[in-house]
Design a protein around this ligand. Sequence first.
Ligand code: ADP
Length: 375
Amino acid sequence: MEQHVAERIAPLGNNEESRFRLAIEASPTGILMVDQDGRIVLVNAQIEKVFGYDRSELIGQPVEQLLPLGWRGKSGVFRELPGDVASDLELYGRKHDGTEFPIEIGSNPLDTEEGRFVLSSVVDITERRRAEHALREKGAELERSNRELEQFAYAASHDLREPLRMVATYVTLLEREYGDKLGGEAHEYVRFAVEGATRLARLVTDLLEYARIGPKTVAFEPVDCNAALAEVLAGLRASIEQNEAVVASSALPTVLGDHSLLCQVFQNLIENGIKFRSKAAPRLEISAERAGGEWHFHVTDNGLGIESRFHARIFELFQRLHTKDSYPGTGMGLALCKKVVERHGGRIWVASKLGQGSVFSFSLRASRDHSKAHS
Ligand code: ADP
């Protein structure tokens, strides 16, 4: 390429002007100059390459030669400054062989003794357009498949509930009505069947709740987190008393979000803090601190703690570190918390060591009007 350029700019002197000419000639951007009558007076090597013309075929010709047929005479492209050309116009160039391709143009006026010229830089953006298009397609596809998956989970869990209820009801009836006729291990089998059906019903209900949280289900309104927490703690009173748990909280802020979904997050984290307790009575603390444009909430417990290699995994659907016999649960609580927090534009994470308690934290965007913590 350098060889080609050097040949065209002869002689290559040492002075500033020839250096400028060389720079324009060798520029990776197409450069084009048009006079007042719209005739091309200068092109560089890149213009020749992009449009497929030799410069001798362009110099002195109307600049419209480089535009799609339908635009000729209509637009001021290349002849006027960007402000004069409709800014929402998607611009196209036309090659020697008639192919049209998307271009991006930047223009500047050049006022000289011979009058006004317009100097334009021209970039072929075919590749960029193609990449943008592919990205848009991928995004739309992803959204479509996510929506389908959520609809499927919703429909499946909804439709499974009724037959499951029937199984549990009729097996229980069987035991009640014909219990005295059943012999041997039959009572135990019935108990297993009822337990299995009840557990499946619980899973299905949790899954339904999880699938329900779509982007449109989040109602953004001011939520006083102190009130939300008080509501949650009232609901958990029996479990708190039973476990002799102590739950303390500092002043929490009001945030923009969905009251009942945020209550679910507090509830799941507090329930876990009580459920995965160590031998000592559970002590929980709920606090919040401002971190830039966000609030960080923390639920701290003195429970079993979690090895760091499981920290990411526990937020996935159905992932549990404990068996259902030692600690009841479906493994959906933290997945639900994650989904709710992410639907609010936040993140959720845990800091914990085995045997040393856990701190579950989540961030929520601070709203300007409701940014102060209050008790
Ligand atoms: P579930 O409570 O139904 O088991 P979760 O999704 O809420 O489901 O939690 C997933 C797993 O993470 C739990 O089974 C448990 O092993 C672990 N875990 C959650 N919270 C705590 C906690 N506060 N302390 C120790 N382990 C926890």
